[in-house]
Design a protein around this ligand. Structure first.
Ligand code: ZN
Length: 202
């Protein structure tokens, strides 16, 4: 599978000519929210994160919304996009992209372009090693029950409706004896909604 940089299509700024940290993951959507270009780091990131299906060769001109099934997350992105396109201002937000063995603290900068497209650049700020966490392993067998996870910060909603780290939820819900994790559904927690809404204020 090739991780070579694919040609940037359309009238994008010359990102491929800039010196970038190797792990700066960049992709572009056009005015119709279709994914039109990615950098080499995106393809590598996809391959490293159970996302071999997400290399550009397979997703070019797919709608971004194909990859965001949760309605809360969709709505939030739609607000963000409308705001950025109307004002021509970029927005930078922290987010998490955890793996079973690492907490990954990331930062995303979204920049609107004159073409109506948006450039997404995400950068790994730091990682923390964790004990293997089957809740984040897409290949781990699941019990029938469901638990809600924030797609932005990766906290989960416990029985008391508090949003906490997975490890804390397992402890408070006394799930440690459950060999298999529950199934995960995604939404956005109130703290992340508040943080993102704050960015949208005039
Ligand atoms: Zn959150």
């Amino acid at each position: 599978m090739s991780t070579q940089s694919l040609p940037i299509t359309g009238d994008w700024p010359g990102d491929h000519n800039l010196i970038q940290p190797a792990d700066l993951v960049i992709y572009y959507i056009n005015a119709d929210d279709q994914i039109v270009a990615v950098n080499a780091a995106w393809n590598q990131f996809a391959a490293d994160n159970n996302g071999a299906d997400l290399i550009l060769a397979r997703i070019q001109y797919a709608s971004l919304w194909t990859f965001i099934s949760d309605q809360d997350t969709r709505l939030l992105y739609k607000h963000l996009f409308a705001h950025m396109r109307a004002r021509g201002q970029s927005i930078t937000l922290p987010f998490r992209c955890d793996s079973p063995l690492e907490r990954r603290f990331m930062q995303l900068t979204m920049t609107p372009m004159v073409t109506g497209g948006i450039r997404f650049a995400s950068y790994l700020l730091r990682t923390e090693l964790r004990e293997y966490q089957p809740w984040l392993d897409v290949d781990a067998p699941r019990i029938p029950g469901w638990i809600e996870m924030c797609s932005w910060c990766k906290r989960v909603r416990n029985e008391a409706a508090h949003w906490v780290a997975i490890e804390a939820a397992i402890e408070s819900m006394q799930l440690f004896e459950t060999v298999r994790p529950p199934q995960i559904s995604h939404s956005i927690c109130p703290a992340c909604v508040a943080q993102i809404e704050h960015e949208l204020m005039p």
